[in-house]
Each structure stands twice: as C-alpha cells, then as structure tokens.
Design a protein around this ligand. Structure first.
Ligand SMILES: *Cc1c(COP(=O)(O)O)cnc(C)c1O
Length: 429
C-alpha cells in the first residue's frame, strides 16, 4: 500500500505539532508506520492522501453515526452557514436542538451546550460540587472523562484510593479530592461510601465504559450505584459522551433504564462539529449561571453551524427503529467474525454493545474491569496493519473501540467481516 504522501505530510506536521498531531491517539504510536492523513470521507468510507480507500470503523472516534458527509447533515450545515457562524447572542437553532433532545429524554429538564466532551464533564463536575456543597468525587479505574484535571488520575494500590495524578501538570492537590475504585466491584463501592459518603458530591461513571476497551458493566452494578447514591444524597453522574445517542437515543440511561442525576453528552450530539452538553433536572440546573451561583460560559457555545449539524443528525437518530437496526447489523458482523475465530481456536473475540465493538485478544467473553485487560498489544499491532492492507480502518490503539454507522450496510459489513477473517488468519497463521 502506498503511504508516501501521508509520510511526507507527517514529516511536515512534526514541525508544527507535538508528535505531529492535535490529539495524541492519532499519532499511530501503538501501531506501525506514520499516521494516515485523511483527505475525505463519504458514507462508510474514507480516503487518505495516497488515494487509498478504507471502510471506516473509527468514524472520528464516534461522532459520525450517520457516516461521513450524510446528505441531511451536509445540507443543514450549508444552509445555515449562509447566515453567519456565530453571534454571541441566542439563536433559534439552539432551541431546536434542545427540543429534539429534551422532548425525548426523561432524565433532564434543562441542558447547557458547550464545545467538547471535556468541557461538558468539567462543567458537570463543577455543578455537582456547587449544588451539593461537597468537594469529593468518586470515579472508576478504566473510565475516561476527557482531559479534565481532577479526573486525570490513576488508582493507587488498594481497593479504594485517592487518585494519583496521571499527567504531568496536574498537581496532586488537584486530584486529592478524587477517589478511585475498580469497575463492577460492589465491595469497593460499599467501602468507598462507608468512608467518604458524606463528603461526596458525585459518582461519575461511563455507564458503558468504552475508552479503555469496552468494559461492559452488569446492570445490577449500575443499579447498586443508583441506590447507594440515592441513599446518601450523592449525585450520580453518567458521562454519556460516547454512549449518548449511540446505544439508544437517551444513551445508556435509556438502554439500562437507570436514571442519572447529571449527564454529559458529546461526540454524536454535534453531527461531526464540536458540541458537548450537560443536563439535569430543574432543581439541579437552576444552580447554573445566570440562574444560580455555578459559573460556566462559552464564546462559541451553541454556535449555529454546529447546532445545525446536530439537529440534522439527531433528527435521523430519533426515527423509530434506528437503534434496533444499528444493533442488528453490528451483531451480524460481530457474530460472523467471532464464529470464525472460535472455529479456528484463535485467542480473540469482538466484544459488542449497540453499534460499538472492541477488538479483544482474549478468550474471556466478558471483561468488566481495567485490570482484566491483557496489556500485550503486539497482536493488535499486527491486526491493525493486516486490516489497513485490506482497506479496513480501525482506530490506531487496542484500547479504542470501533463504531458502525447507519450507512455501513449489510453488504459492506459482510465484506468487512471477510477482511477481518482474512486478517485474523494472517495474524494467527
Ligand atoms: C470522548 C470522551 C470525552 C471527551 O470528549 P472530547 O470531546 O474529546 O473532549 C469525555 N468522556 C467520554 C466518555 C468520552 O468518550
């Protein structure tokens, strides 16, 4: 496969950006070669600067649930672009996107649009602290919540620990109020609450942890979380930046039928443009400025071009049967690949929920916590290369999940499954 144009662009980018990229996972550090520079996307396909065409399962790490350049999204952006891009004043489009969301979402009365998932989580944490008057927050090892200072933590050694900063530049005192426990562990949860309940503002979780593999939680664990939070007046914060509008319109909360107190959204909500959001019931949201004392603002928040992309995308997502159809097509592909791996006795399985899949080099069928992940990523590296050579693009890290869009048709997914099988035969052969 010709990669020389991407290689040249990467050489140049190294002069401009740390590691040649504007977000670290794009750098291909965990796989072979220079990152592919992408020239365009249409439907389920992307093309790189060397004119190679790929079936895209990265989908910009989640936002493109309708594939690239979906006609309605494209058209709504273009139509609204003609009126200007930002005014620092409210627009009708903010109302329209909020109505599409809130009218179908029983968990939130009000929403605030921001410009990224990180910003949504950061603001939601501030709201939880401002509303409860408490400072501590509890998070789970293996959940990612954007590059929010207080959430860039690793667990220490022990079942329940205060976090250790996982990034240079995040002082220990900034994470001193962050408690970290393992996922899907009732004992650790109860221990943490026994010690810290009266100081906790919120428990934050990705209800479908999908940024460090796909660590599916038992519903009973999420229910336990809901109960223990309610019992101690601690807010339950679902970070649905990746699961929102992905597994169901109202995200994992709807999928599992468990109501959070605060929710953050991102990725799909902006139709491929930078939008994040956080929401809650009225009694909580009335703490947000200008109604209340929790300050939060944004020059480009709710900007009309991004709103128009979100409106068009979520309108399609809200059609009856949309998510059932997504899940069914995904299941068919995953089952086909997994049967092949099983028949051949490969130490491999795709883990899946909704239209998300994760490439796990493991014979365990369920992996529920970070410590259960096999950290040897050599087989992933080989598979990534074998897939690229077969014109299938997945994110360049074994900890990232893949996404299937509305325009990844049955036929395209059958082809992709065949390529996966051939790639696996090469890796394990
Ligand atoms: C992607 C993601 C974020 C961060 O969103 P950005 O838009 O990249 O800032 C936060 N939380 C979760 C669960 C995510 O998947």
């Amino acid at each position: 496969m010709k990669r020389s144009n991407s290689e040249k662009l990467y050489e140049k980018a190294l002069n401009y950006f740390p590691g040649g990229v504007n977000s670290p996972v794009r750098a291909f550090k965990a796989v072979e070669g220079a990152p592919l520079f992408i020239k365009k996307g249409k439907g389920p396909y992307i093309w790189d600067e060397d004119e190679n065409q790929f079936i895209d399962f990265c989908c910009s790490f989640g936002p493109h649930i309708l594939g690239h350049n979906y006609p309605d999204v494209h058209q709504n952006i273009v139509d609204n672009l003609a009126n200007g891009t930002s005014f620092g004043a409210p627009t009708r489009l903010e109302n329209d996107l909020a109505e599409i969301i809130i009218s179908r979402n029983p968990y939130i009365d009000k929403i605030r649009f921001v410009s990224s998932g990180t910003e949504a989580v950061m603001s939601g944490i501030r709201l939880a602290r401002g509303y409860t008057g408490r400072n501590k927050i509890l998070k789970f090892e293996g959940c990612y919540h954007g590059h929010v200072d207080s959430l860039l933590v690793n667990a220490g050694s022990g079942l329940v620990t205060t976090g250790l900063s996982s990034s240079a530049g995040v002082p220990e005192n900034v994470v001193a109020d962050t408690i970290v426990i393992p996922l899907n562990d009732v004992e650790a949860l109860e221990t943490a609450f026994a010690t810290y309940a009266h100081e906790l503002a919120c428990v934050i979780i990705e209800p479908i942890p999908a940024n460090n593999g796909l660590l599916l939680q038992e519903r009973s664990f999420l229910l336990k979380l809901r109960e223990i939070c309610t019992a101690h007046n601690v807010l339950l914060f679902f970070d649905e930046v990746i699961s929102g509008f992905r597994v169901a319109f109202s995200g994992a909360a709807e999928y599992y039928d468990i109501a959070p107190d605060i929710v953050s959204y991102g990725k799909i909500i902006g139709g491929g443009l930078p939008v994040g959001a956080y929401g809650a019931k009225n009694h909580i949201m009335k703490s947000v400025s200008p109604d209340g004392p929790v300050y939060q603002a944004g020059t480009l928040s709710g900007n009309p071009v991004a709103m128009s992309a979100g409106i068009a995308q979520l309108t399609v997502c809200s059609r009856p049967g949309f998510y059932e159809d997504q899940e069914q097509r995904t299941q068919t592909m995953v089952n086909s690949i997994n049967s092949h791996a099983k028949e051949k006795g490969y130490n491999f399985a795709l883990v899946t929920i909704g239209s998300i899949f994760w490439i796990a080099f493991s014979d365990k069928t369920t992996i529920r916590s970070a410590s259960q992940i096999d950290t040897d990523m050599t087989p992933f590296k080989k598979l990534h290369k074998a897939l690229l050579e077969r014109n299938v693009y997945v994110g360049p890290s074994g900890y990232e999940v893949g996404f299937i869009s509305y325009v990844h048709t049955k036929e395209i997914l059958e082809n992709a499954a065949q390529q996966f099988k051939n790639a696996l035969d090469e890796v394990f052969g």
